[in-house]
Ligand binder design. Structure first.
Ligand code: PEP
Length: 251
């Protein structure tokens, strides 16, 4: 049975005090939720304080990015050891905003995944095509390049410790969601790519989240798809009720 993983990516939103408040609201709202992994990803600045809030709860702490080196002259960056030290469980890697604004490549994604796994944290590996790529019929080739690049040199055991987030770039923050069928088609494709790399059993065990304007109103249809195992949520994660409204209460 694959795990359903619902992760909130708060992006560059919320002060430290607001983050602590939202984290407390999520912890309270997530209390009855079983069989779903719930994670929140505040800004770096708020991580340490939010770590105290989620401690002992069923809410996991995620970071929005990481650097692959241990330490040194990398102005503005934060290492995996630093994240581990304050209690981070999961790290979002290769988000499309990192790829399009900050020069993230499949190679840096791969380095970050390896580093995060080496410290026993769980990478959330983001992939997805732009609208131009989809319109040009390049969905399969883009996802193939991204999956092969991200997972290069990983063992099957490593791959089992990752979560994939399929996020069509045209659906992120736009209010436009992929239809249930479009999302399922892409998820099946990604699972097929993982099967080619690691075998069908491993591919069947890796959770693949959908990301792109997911909210309580459209979540049920997406989550009912056979290859959709949760969501990476941006806008709707900024309020505890809309974030956890995506998970069926008591599930
Ligand atoms: C995201 O940031 O990964 C995301 C999916 O954002 P939104 O839910 O706002 O589209």
């Amino acid at each position: 049975m694959r795990k359903i993983v619902i992760a909130g990516n708060w992006k560059m939103n919320k002060s430290v005090a607001e983050s602590v408040k939202l984290a407390a609201d999520v912890v309270a709202a997530a209390k009855g939720i079983k069989n779903v992994v719930v994670a929140i990803a505040p800004t770096y600045l708020a991580l340490a304080k939010v770590a105290d809030v989620v401690k002992g709860s069923n809410v996991k702490l995620a970071a929005q990015d990481v650097h692959w080196e241990n330490q040194g002259a990398f102005t503005g960056k934060v290492s995996a050891d630093m994240l581990k030290d304050i209690g981070v469980d999961m790290v979002i890697i290769g988000h499309s905003e990192q790829r399009s604004y900050f020069g993230e490549t499949d190679e840096t994604v791969n380095k970050k995944i390896k580093k995060v796994l080496s410290l026993d944290m769980g990478p959330i590996v983001c992939i997805g095509e732009t609208l131009e790529e989809r319109k040009a019929g390049k969905l399969e080739s883009v996802l193939t390049t991204q999956v092969n690049g991200a997972y290069a040199g990983l063992s099957a055991d490593d791959a089992l410790r990752t979560v994939v987030a399929y996020e069509p770039v045209w659906a992120i923050g736009t209010g436009v969601t992929a239809s249930d069928a479009e999302a399922q088609e892409a998820h099946a494709l990604v699972r097929g790519l993982l099967a080619k790399l690691f075998g069908d059993d491993v591919a069947q065990s890796i959770s693949i989240q959908y990301g792109g304007s997911m909210k309580p109103e459209n979540a049920a249809g997406l989550l009912a798809q056979k290859d959709i195992d949760g969501g990476l949520i941006g806008g709707a994660a900024l309020k505890a009720d809309s974030f956890l409204g995506i998970v069926t209460p008591g599930e």
